[in-house]
Design a protein around this ligand. Structure first.
Ligand SMILES: [Zn+2]
Length: 388
């Protein structure tokens, strides 16, 4: 599953071998695309006796199980209750210089995070609460870096999802990136480079991870999932080139959710069904328990359906079609004119922003969206969502 990573991995490893790798590198790519795999490969190469990630020496083996004393591994973890915060310091993979431990309430989740990712470097692991990298961790890191590497050789610091640094932590960390100790390499990752300070970006060598080919993701999914080839094809197309994302989507009931949202669009195209549609939207989106993450996913599904309607409208059923497993159902639809689809697309973006950024009630925003879509069929004039 790592065809798309091979060139990058090869190039970085040859830089390590020639002792030419920049001291700070930043890997940019979507969640689940394989940044973690590159981090582990490069850390192993840097701490390997022969600088080749041979897989056999002490350095290689202990990087791979996160036991190497000079491999400092940091990632965002869920916020903990204020009263337990004081006693919680981040545990690096450094068992000697850190007597730190997690608070008990996050420990299980963190253990699961680490073991899942070591087992499958593409896996996307969610925490129950919102995670970040607290200032305390960066202070701990700075303290650790003020000492010599424990084994006297090189030291590697890996920090995942650097955009999730807490307020204040990023400023402190910038100083580390500006002047890292001579014997220390820093490997950073992010899926959201636009959320990083420009100074941080300019201090690192940026490595962009390309998306995996759809065919590679399909092959990967077929091996591990027990679903039809058509459904595998759909998941692969919804993954934006990220194998981990495809796997994640398969675990969150995407197919049923998509089928339901598709039926909403079918009702939009049939005026008599509108009252029923509103009832269904109310049932789906009402209640405090409606999870934020699913709202985001619903918008991706809505966008994919509008995208495919565009293709249908232009008689363009090529391999850009996303909802391939229900292509037949799309063909049976009375596809709206381009003018209407333009409105659907614009309105979807607007409603998405209202829900995800401005915290407008998802229920009323969704009703607004589908009603606007229905209205646009007879009267393709854009109505704007008024934010409270
Ligand atoms: Zn080795």
């Amino acid at each position: 599953m790592d065809n798309h990573l091979k060139n990058i991995s090869k190039r970085l490893k040859s830089l390590v071998k020639n002792e030419d790798l920049n001291q700070s590198i930043l890997l940019i790519g979507k969640d689940g695309i394989g940044k973690f795999k590159i981090v582990m490969d490069i850390a192993a190469a840097l701490l390997c006796d022969s600088l080749t990630a041979c897989g056999k020496c002490f350095g290689c083996k202990n990087v791979r199980n996160l036991q190497h004393p000079d491999f400092l591994f940091v990632f965002p973890f869920p916020k903990i209750r204020p009263e337990s915060r004081k006693s919680t310091v981040f545990s690096f993979s450094d068992p000697v210089s850190s007597n730190a431990r997690y608070s008990d309430d996050t420990r299980d989740e963190i253990d699961n995070y680490i073991s899942t990712r070591l087992e499958n470097p593409f896996a996307i692991v969610d925490f129950e609460k919102k995670e970040n990298i607290p200032v305390e961790v960066i202070k701990d890191l700075i303290l650790a870096l003020s000492k010599k590497p424990l084994l006297g050789g090189r030291r590697v610091v890996a920090i995942l999802n650097i955009d999730k640094m807490a307020f204040g932590a990023a400023d402190l960390f910038l100083k580390v990136v500006e002047e890292p100790p001579d014997d220390t390499h820093i490997i950073l990752t992010t899926a959201n480079p636009d959320q990083l300070m420009p100074t941080l970006l300019s201090r690192t060598d940026i490595v962009k991870i390309p998306p995996a080919a759809i065919e590679d993701i399909e092959t990967y999914l077929i091996k591990i999932l027990d679903i039809s080839e058509n459904q595998v094809a759909y998941l692969a197309r919804m993954s934006n080139g990220s194998p981990g994302r495809a796997l994640y989507l398969s675990q969150c009931d995407l197919l049923n959710r998509r089928n339901m949202i598709f039926s909403f669009f079918e009702k939009v195209l049939n005026r008599d069904e509108l009252p029923r549609l509103i009832g269904e939207i109310n049932r789906l989106y009402t209640g405090a328990a409606y999870p934020f993450g699913e709202t985001r996913l619903d918008f991706e599904i809505m966008e994919s359906i509008i995208h495919d309607l565009y293709l249908l409208n232009e008689n363009h059923l090529d391999n850009h079609f996303i909802n391939v497993d229900i292509k037949g159902k799309f063909r049976e639809m009375k596809v709206p004119e381009i003018e209407s689809l333009e409105i659907w697309k614009g309105c979807c973006g607007e409603v998405r922003k209202a829900c995800l950024v401005n915290n407008v009630s998802v229920n009323s925003a969704m009703i607004f969206f589908y009603i606007s879509c229905a209205d646009s069929i007879d009267n393709p004039v854009r109505v704007r969502l008024k934010l409270p």
